[in-house]
Design a protein around this ligand. Sequence first.
Ligand code: ZN
Length: 214
Amino acid sequence: MNIILIAPPAGGKGTQSELICSKYNIKHISTGDLLRKEVENGNTELKNIMDAGMLVSDEIIFDLIRKCISSEDSKNGYLLDGFPRNIEQAKKYDEILEELNIDIGKVILLDIDPELAAKRIAGRRSCMNCGSTYNIYFDNMKPTEEGICNNCNTALTARDDDNEETYKTRYNTYLEKTQPLIDYYKEKNVLYTVDANGTVDETFNKIEDIVRGD
Ligand SMILES: [Zn+2]
């Protein structure tokens, strides 16, 4: 089973990726990891590009993806996390699949209400002392005493970039780039949309139904 997982920021993509890959024993592929591994393996040309903060070309990314999905440990299937990012990449990816005779599998879109996602982000509070995390917008995640860690009584802190405004900007950027991709996969009849507004388990159950083909 091959899966492409698409989700907005704070849509739970990381958590669900892990759950899917461990449950179905498929390979987790993110372009970030592929690039890091390639540098670790001694690709100095790529290291220089990344160290200079330059954009890695699509060609390099496609080569890494091609190598990865045709390797032995992807035989049982794989999950693409964060790729393709746009419709151009999606079309090129289709060519690679055709060339390698690999099935595209299923494209799973985690759909989340942006207001809720903004709260998940903006309500985050953490304890710098013991690492406990809270969310002031959700009753089951609030600290017992406002602004104070339940475990160690330290004052809780919020990250500067965790506010609703910045979230909305990120969400709108995501939507602008991703909507054409979503439409593209919808037309190909491989898109499955999952309501990801519930708990981690609820969302994962819905994903399992799709993977099993119910
Ligand atoms: Zn604490």
